[in-house]
Design a protein around this ligand. Structure first.
Ligand SMILES: Nc1ncnc2c1ncn2[C@@H]1O[C@H](COP(=O)(O)OP(=O)(O)OP(=O)(O)O)[C@@H](O)[C@H]1O
Length: 241
């Protein structure tokens, strides 16, 4: 595996009681890139995130993160190695401030004790939350909560950020902000993989798009090529019988 590949997935499969949720999937994510995982509902996108973050163990295959096989490692171990996940539904501590919530990400992450404050501040800055630093999480809008979730994940200083539908339910202004935040996260050193249904955002932000359908990887490539791919169009729109 080349040093420029941060995540290499090889022949990964996962079934739930006979239902093949992920089928023999292989791909590589170049370090420093932004990669989107798309596909119709039930395609296996969330299952894939759960496999990478250690919530599920694959039935077969390897998941090499920075050259180390993390298939079946615990979520805590995977996080300590440098993989962070920003969930679609943020569950912050509602009575705590934005700063306190982001600091928790830093405390459980890879920053040394002396760096916790600086890492907390820079994650808030990157996510555009500096002005909201003393707001209680319960007062935040959906868009602000989503940014708090990304900031909490980034405060762990991940080298790989997995973002779960970061643009879901956001208005166009908030979506543009989120795209800018994810680009800044990449520029600050994190490779970003997102699951996303917002196609304009996917087209704008992605270096590579991976398409899953019924658990199988049916296409991968640059966004423009993916948008023209007949298999992808058929997967989304269906074909006439
Ligand atoms: N814990 C589980 N137990 C049983 N079946 C599961 C489990 N998790 C996922 N599945 C099944 O695996 C398949 C893939 O689901 P998954 O949630 O990964 O799809 P998805 O692409 O993330 O869909 P969506 O876009 O709707 O979130 C589905 O048929 C789903 O019902």
């Amino acid at each position: 595996m080349s040093a420029d590949v941060i995540l290499a997935v090889r022949g990964v499969s996962k079934s739930f009681r006979g239902l093949k949720a992920v089928r023999d999937v292989s791909f590589e994510v170049p370090r420093g890139s932004i990669c989107s995982l798309i596909g119709p509902n039930g395609a296996g996108k969330s299952t894939f995130f759960n496999l990478v973050t250690g919530y599920f163990r694959p039935d077969s295959g390897t998941i090499l993160f920075e050259g180390r096989d993390i298939a079946g490692a615990s979520p805590v171990d995977v996080a300590h190695l440098g993989v962070a996940r920003a969930f679609q539904i943020a569950k912050p501590f509602p009575g705590m401030s934005v700063t306190e919530n982001v600091r928790i990400g830093a405390l459980f992450g890879r920053a040394g004790p002396r760096d916790v404050e600086a890492v907390t501040q820079s994650a808030m800055q990157l996510a555009g939350l500096a002005e909201l630093h003393d707001r209680e999480a319960r007062e935040l809008t959906v868009g602000q909560l989503r940014r708090l979730e990304v900031a909490r994940a980034l405060a762990a200083r991940p080298s790989l950020l997995l973002a779960d539908e970061p643009c879901a339910g956001l208005n166009p202004t908030e979506t543009a902000e989120m795209v800018a935040i994810l680009r800044r996260a990449r520029d600050a050193g994190a490779t970003v993989v997102l699951v996303e249904h917002d196609m304009p955002a996917v087209m704008e932000i992605s270096d590579t798009v991976l398409v899953l359908e019924a658990g199988a990887l049916i296409a991968q490539g640059a966004p423009q090529a993916i948008a023209r791919d007949p298999r992808v169009i058929a997967a989304y729109l269906g074909t006439e019988e």
